[in-house]
Design a protein around this ligand. Structure first.
Ligand code: CDP
Length: 209
């Protein structure tokens, strides 16, 4: 069966948690596409001694190995900011395109979360969700997850990243016209997950009918 669930939205809105839960529930494969950009950004920052060289970043993206996505360092705030810088480079995005497109259409169903899954990577996705939450709720969640810094510094980082992601020329963060909007600000994790699973199940039944 080919069935793609595309999940997009701003930083720390709950895309990963929802994506993993939907994939587990349906037995689909899951790809956190943010990790691709985090891995490229972190390596580019390291190789350039704190300065990202765009040509080298694209080369890193072309050579990326799935094993590079395993490092726990990729979850840090620093990796997130580096990710959003390399993510604005067209050659980096092009280098990561095929892998994501193939993953999306693999047999057995796939869930991908990111910024441009429903708009660029897989506009033909059978189910599309755009997950959001208020800035304050997202900052509080990410602060609890990271366990470092202050809520205010995390909030400033998220806002800087969202502005770069939404304002870039290539594949900017935006909801696909046909996406289901899920605001998780006032929802518990299980409520958000249940709503997402309900929507995806409806889309599966709609496709069979
Ligand atoms: O987990 P969080 O939502 O904070 O971030 P992420 O999904 O790991 O993404 C990190 C950064 O990678 C984002 O701020 C985007 O700049 C970039 N990204 C992207 O441009 N396109 C994607 N499909 C996924 C991530």
């Amino acid at each position: 069966m080919i069935f793609t669930v595309a999940i997009d939205g701003p930083a720390a809105a709950g895309k990963g948690t929802i994506g993993r839960a939907v994939a587990r529930e349906l037995g689909f494969a899951h790809l956190d596409t943010g990790l691709l950009y985090r891995a490229v950004g972190t390596r580019a920052l390291h190789d350039g001694n704190g300065v990202i060289d765009p040509v080298w970043a694209a080369e890193i993206a072309r050579q990326l190995d799935p094993a590079d996505l395993e490092s726990p360092d990729l979850r840090s705030g620093r990796a997130g900011l580096a990710a959003s810088k390399v993510a604005a480079l067209p050659d980096v995005r092009t280098a990561l395109l095929d892998f994501q497109k193939r993953f999306a259409r693999r047999d057995g169903g796939a869930v991908l979360d990111g910024r441009d899954i429903g708009t660029v990577i897989c506009p033909e996705a059978e189910a599309k969700l755009f997950v959001t939450a208020s800035d304050e709720v997202r900052a509080a969640r990410r602060h609890a997850e990271l366990g470092t810094g202050t809520v205010d510094s995390v909030l400033a980082d998220l806002r800087a990243r969202d502005a770069r992601d939404a304002g870039r020329d290539v594949a900017p963060l935006r909801a696909a016209a046909d996406a289901f909007l899920l605001d998780t600000s006032d929802k518990t994790i299980s409520e958000g997950v249940a709503e997402a699973i309900g929507y995806v199940r409806d889309r599966i039944f709609a496709g069979r009918g």
